[in-house]
Write a protein that binds this ligand. Sequence first.
Ligand code: ADP
Ligand code: MG
Length: 258
Amino acid sequence: MSEPLLDVQNLRVRFPTATGPVEVVRGVSFTLGRERLGIVGESGSGKSMTGRSILRLIRKPGEVTADRLRFDGKDLLSISEREMRKVRGARISMVMQDPKFSLNPVMTVGEQIGEALAVHEKLPRRQIRERVLTMLEAVQIRDPERVFGLYPHEVSGGMGQRVMIAMMLIPEPAILIADEPTSALDVSVQGEVLKIIDELITRNGMGLIFISHDLHLVSQFCDRILVMYRGEVVEQCAASELDKASHPYTRGLLASVP
Ligand code: ADP
Ligand code: MG
């Protein structure tokens, strides 16, 4: 069998504290191809740390170890920072909860979306502009020409998140990590944003890691589910097999879902 796109084995994240090191991700293992994996669990269970550690986004003094952390034949723990930036910029993208903290306030929306193409593909300006406008249409922004020139503070939360998605998908990454991508949005726009992610992931044949505290949402959106509890994976199954889940924590979650 060929190697999976992403292979994570025995991933651990720990932080030093006054009373000794605390492990917040405790031996997480999974593989991902061009499919959708949902990571669910209550707040503080280690979901974001798991997602961020794949891209080496855990800040010091946090420490990440793994028996294996491989993407597309590369060992993500040992490649240089320069190579890692390429992976982040073009191969594995991450969308976080709140676009406000991820967008650069002094750059127009269009410039930021196109930046990855300028840096990694070195395309000429006019070509970048065309690709950005097409991408803005793909995330269902109706007047892309106007939105191209807006600054982040001039766009609403829902539009900001669509801009983020455009920015993350324009380099055509193989994997998208979406960390609670709709939690900061009004319920009325959550569905729209999910639909856009759904369509683009399917159209581009990408892998997805969808992080959420909402088991109901994840089970509808993903092929496979990984349930985390206090840093550990307590359940890993096909979304369709979730009703057969055995761990008491998962059973509790299922019982609370309408
Ligand atoms: P989730 O995304 O599931 O809500 P996180 O992955 O963000 O949870 O956090 C997991 C745990 O790591 C939490 O208990 C959190 O308090 C802890 N944590 C996060 N950052 C740090 C840090 N810098 N130092 C110590 N503990 C941290
Ligand atoms: Mg989180």
